[in-house]
Ligand binder design. Structure first.
Ligand code: MN3
Length: 200
């Protein structure tokens, strides 16, 4: 498939004060656009433009670093914009997902702490995740453009902990950014949608 940059699903200033318009302008218009542009070029060179994005990400992992990094980041960011919404976050989880978090992770508070901790302890650039693996929810973290996809798991929530995602608004305070993401930004309806799809 040809990669294209989607519009943000909300206005650039819609996530204020937790994520500013300036951050979204740089992050979406510059960083994500660069992954799309470079990914298309490298996918064409590798002769895989006809494959799905997931196939390209999984197929290039460990084999074609340039293509993997750009395709992986395109995949991650496509979801990242939808993993946030104005007035999101907190404990307003759909019932089935809340029950699964209770069963597999010991409840919402334990999930929240583990997810933030995964993001804080990811050394350098990367992501923290809530993913479904072998029927169970797990909190994971990954470096650079990697995701649970390459570990045979399905990511249902991820937070970008590259500095470009938080430095304008939080400077070096990555923990504060992660707390704001979980408490005020997460679009739980989209997480639920991916959870339902993954458990079908
Ligand atoms: Mn990013």
């Amino acid at each position: 498939m040809t990669f294209t940059l989607p519009e943000l699903p909300y206005a650039y200033d819609a996530l204020n004060p937790y994520m500013s318009a300036e951050t979204l302008e740089y992050h979406h218009d510059k960083h994500h656009q660069a992954y799309v542009t470079n990914g298309n070029k490298l996918a064409e060179e590798a002769g895989v433009s006809g494959q799905s994005l997931e196939e390209i990400v999984q197929g290039s992992f460990g084999k074609n670093a340039g293509l993997f990094n750009n395709a992986g980041q395109h995949y991650n960011h496509l979801h990242f914009w939808n993993w946030m919404k104005p007035s999101g976050g907190g404990t307003k989880l759909p019932g089935a997902l809340a029950a699964k978090i209770d069963a597999d992770l010991g409840g919402y508070d334990a999930f929240r702490e583990a997810f933030i901790q995964a993001g804080v302890t990811q050394f350098g650039s990367g992501w923290c995740w809530l993913a479904l693996k072998d029927g169970k929810l797990e909190v994971m973290k990954s470096a650079n453009g990697e995701s649970p996809l390459v570990e045979g798991a399905t990511p249902i929530l991820g937070c970008d902990v590259w500095e470009h995602s938080y430095y304008i608004d939080y400077r070096n305070a990555r923990p504060k950014y992660l707390e704001a993401f979980v408490d005020n930004l997460v679009n739980w309806e989209y997480v639920e949608e991916l959870f339902e799809k993954a458990t079908k």
